[in-house]
Write a protein that binds this ligand. Structure first.
Ligand SMILES: *Cc1c(COP(=O)(O)O)cnc(C)c1O
Length: 236
């Protein structure tokens, strides 16, 4: 399919307008919200076109796809986000490419990420993925486990916990999603109070909201929205 740049630009403009409107409704500045464009549905050429339209942050859910697109777009100043599960045997190849890891969901993966970041002499920015939708969605740590992990952050000196990530239930109505997003924001406040003083973790970020619910997420405090299909409508 030839690249329909006009369509891509229109989709991006619509997403940006909706981000601004949602931020305005919540009395927030649109600049407080970063659009992370999820490229898992499209090829590197379309991802490149989006970056050339001004998008700086791209995300993939599979490490292999991130490797491929990261390589194809290495000449562009892209900040890559991994938003899906990372197996430990893929850490070494993935870490150098990633600006922010959204989906840290176990102490085991924290241990492994910290060890690899230490080996490379760097600090890694991560989000803890929290299960905010209960039964409907089984990915992410239960909130209770996050409350246990956060006081132990000094055990992972090469990890900087920048915040939390959550996915609302896909079949949830908007008010259910709003409650789930609000619960993630409250948990973030609670965890901030539990984080040891003097560490480098900010717990400033809330990664929540996808194509179907990013406006509600922004109204509830999202600082990162992970938008895929709304950007690629009519293109992929
Ligand atoms: C695919 C994906 C998204 C984007 O979903 P859309 O509904 O297409 O916007 C966001 N977050 C994660 C974790 C995903 O896997």
């Amino acid at each position: 399919m030839p690249l329909d740049l006009g369509r891509l630009r229109a989709n991006l403009d619509a997403v940006r307008v909706n981000i601004s409107a949602a931020a305005a409704r919540a009395g927030r500045a649109a600049a407080e919200v970063t659009l992370v464009a999820i490229t898992k549905y499209v090829d590197a050429e379309l991802a490149r076109a989006l970056v050339e339209l001004g998008v700086t942050d791209l995300g993939e859910s599979r490490p292999q796809s991130l490797w491929e697109k990261g390589e194809a777009l290495a000449d562009l100043p892209v900040r890559w986000h991994l938003v899906g599960h990372l197996q430990r045997n893929k850490i070494r190849r993935t870490l150098p490419l990633v600006s922010l890891m959204h989906s840290v969901d176990s102490q085991r993966i924290l241990d492994a990420l910290n060890a690899e970041a230490a080996r490379e002499g760097r600090t890694l920015d991560v989000l803890l993925e929290i299960n905010i939708s209960g039964e409907a969605n089984k990915t992410g740590l239960p909130a209770a486990e996050a409350r246990v992990l956060v006081p132990q952050l000094p055990n992972w000196p090469n990890i900087r916990l920048q915040g939390l990530m959550g996915m609302a239930s896909l079949d949830g109505d908007p008010s259910a999603n709003r409650r789930e997003f609000a619960s993630l924001r409250k948990l973030r406040e609670e965890l901030r109070a539990l984080a040891p003083a003097g560490g480098s973790s900010t717990l400033a970020e809330l990664s929540m909201g996808m194509s179907g619910d990013f406006e509600v997420a922004i109204e509830e405090g999202a600082t990162l929205v992970r938008v895929g299909s709304a950007l690629w409508e009519g293109l992929a």
